[in-house]
Design a protein around this ligand. Structure first.
Ligand code: G
Ligand code: G
Ligand code: MN
Ligand code: NA
Length: 254
């Protein structure tokens, strides 16, 4: 909790920054998007990965403040990538449950898009299945308004939550991000066959609903080839690029 309580002061001192991991088209190898991943350059503990502070920030509610900074920084940095030219990638931002359930989300995103000039189509919001577990109507309404603006909505870690698929009917989802654990199995023999069938089924489901599919945790050329053969649209993982600072992404776009 001490670490979590230090978040507001750390925000003021500028100790947080974003790395971006590429989402690569499996059809033509182009950079379709990047996922923003927050890091904390802690003065005593060094660079902290999100798993060491996001959970605490969610419990204490400070995730709203931190997540607001992430959203703003991602929009600012992504807007600068348009200068390079036509097919600038979208930036995909993780939203915690609390961020989606709080009333101010729509206004926050609208204001950010206006202030930064980032086109709505260049912003993707990643929500998890657990965000849609409650029966609250507010999040659905908010996500609909954002989708109507043109903002992309992705379901993160798809296939590992409580698989209530009803939200796919009620929500304006544009993309499913399939959890890396299914991809990891593509290597090995018998388990791999099951994982490959699950992946193929998820791709069919997504395409039947006019959604795109990104596979996460793609670490080898062999996995990428199997995913391409299955019809998966895009891939994210070490095989295509590790999370890297904004200037490295800009260099790749140019
Ligand atoms: O950065 P890393 O690759 O270790 O990511 C670990 C986890 O932290 C991922 O599950 C990712 O979804 C989550 N995460 C990274 N950045 C953010 C963020 O800005 N907000 C939220 N809510 N989660 C994040
Ligand atoms: O939001 P999400 O949980 O999907 O965040 C992605 C997480 O997966 C981050 O922690 C990121 O560093 C990690 N990651 C990204 N690519 C790979 C990969 O190819 N293999 C593994 N094992 N982890 C990855
Ligand atoms: Mn994610
Ligand atoms: Na994920």
């Amino acid at each position: 909790y001490a670490l979590s309580a230090a978040i507001p002061a750390a925000l003021e001192r500028g100790e947080f920054y974003l790395d971006y991991q590429p989402l690569t088209s499996l059809r033509d190898g182009s950079l379709v998007g990047v996922e923003a991943l927050v890091r904390w350059r802690h003065p005593e503990l060094g660079v902290l990965r999100p798993d060491s502070f996001i959970g605490l920030a969610e419990e204490t509610g400070l995730i709203v403040q931190l997540g607001g900074w992430v959203l703003a920084e991602a929009c600012r940095e992504a807007e600068a990538w348009s200068a390079g030219g036509a097919a600038a990638p979208f930036v995909s931002v993780n939203l915690a449950v609390r961020q989606v359930h709080r009333p101010g989300l729509v206004q926050e995103v609208r204001t950010l898009l206006r202030q930064t000039g980032l086109p709505p189509e260049r912003l993707q919001l990643e929500i998890t299945e657990s965000t849609m577990m409650s029966t609250a109507k507010e999040p659905v309404r908010a996500l609909r308004v954002l989708a109507d603006l043109g903002v992309r909505i992705a379901i993160d870690d798809f296939g590992t939550g409580y698989s209530n698929l009803a939200y796919l009917r009620d929500l304006p989802v544009t993309e499913l991000k399939v959890a890396g654990e299914f991809v990891a199995g593509l290597r090995s023999s018998s388990v791999g066959r099951t994982d490959e069938r699950i992946l193929a089924s998820l791709v069919s489901l997504a395409h039947a609903l006019d959604l795109t599919v990104t596979a996460e945790g793609v670490e080898t050329a062999g996995q990428a080839e199997r995913l391409r053969a299955i019809g998966c649209d895009a891939a994210q993982g070490w095989h295509f690029g590790r999370p890297a600072p904004a200037d490295r992404i800009l260099a790749r776009i140019r």
